[in-house]
Design a binder for this molecule. Sequence first.
Ligand SMILES: C[S@@+](CC[C@H](N)C(=O)[O-])C[C@H]1O[C@@H](n2cnc3c(N)ncnc32)[C@H](O)[C@@H]1O
Length: 222
Amino acid sequence: MPHYFEPGDPISPDGLEEFDVSLAGQPARVASAPGVFSARRLDPGTAVLLRFEARDGGAPPGRGDLVDLGCGWGPIALTLARLAPEARVWAVDVNRRALALTALNAERLGLGNVSAVSPDAIPPDLEVDLLWSNPPIRVGKQALRQLLRHWLGRLRPGAHADLVAQKHLGADSLIGWLSAQPDWSAAKQASAKGYRVIRVARAEAAAPGQAPQDEASRFGPK
Ligand SMILES: C[S@@+](CC[C@H](N)C(=O)[O-])C[C@H]1O[C@@H](n2cnc3c(N)ncnc32)[C@H](O)[C@@H]1O
């Protein structure tokens, strides 16, 4: 069993905040800590995304590699792990405390299919079957675009990503930029409480016999 509390660790038992949430329709007591996003509650934007997913009825693929990009204390990753216990859920963050909290929450909830890792620990050839994210909009437009290019570029043909973004933080311009990219289609799926849920779908692979696109048109300037 992993040891979460050792000297120098990003979290300590007396620094934890605990609260109750509902994840995948089931109650969950979760731990969080100062210094992570929305440390004392389920973020309202994340709640909009998770409510949309529950209503959409599109359960995640039962197997394969599912990603929560920017996991924080883990609400999205934990939901995916509950909904798809046979799938591998990659909870990715650059914040060590966030990763430690997600790992702790997964362990406490008995979810052995969550890997909470920094981006550099992701296998370089990982192909993603589904990505859900409340992405770090506040990193700035260029950094966000670079991050999304990287992760959306890992979607398998036919796979999609659902992102939630606040309207006043540029959700609509993000949709415009995503829609202009040659490899993906993007559309608003839902709008609630000032947030948009954006679905970004990767084009299906060319049918057998169909001429493959050349590299320039597949990966042309973004
Ligand atoms: C808006 S918060 C969402 C957190 C969590 N998913 C939630 O819903 O509460 C975005 C998260 O992205 C993380 N982040 C920032 N830059 C990142 C990067 N380059 N790669 C992965 N995660 C990043 C932040 O540390 C933060 O935890």
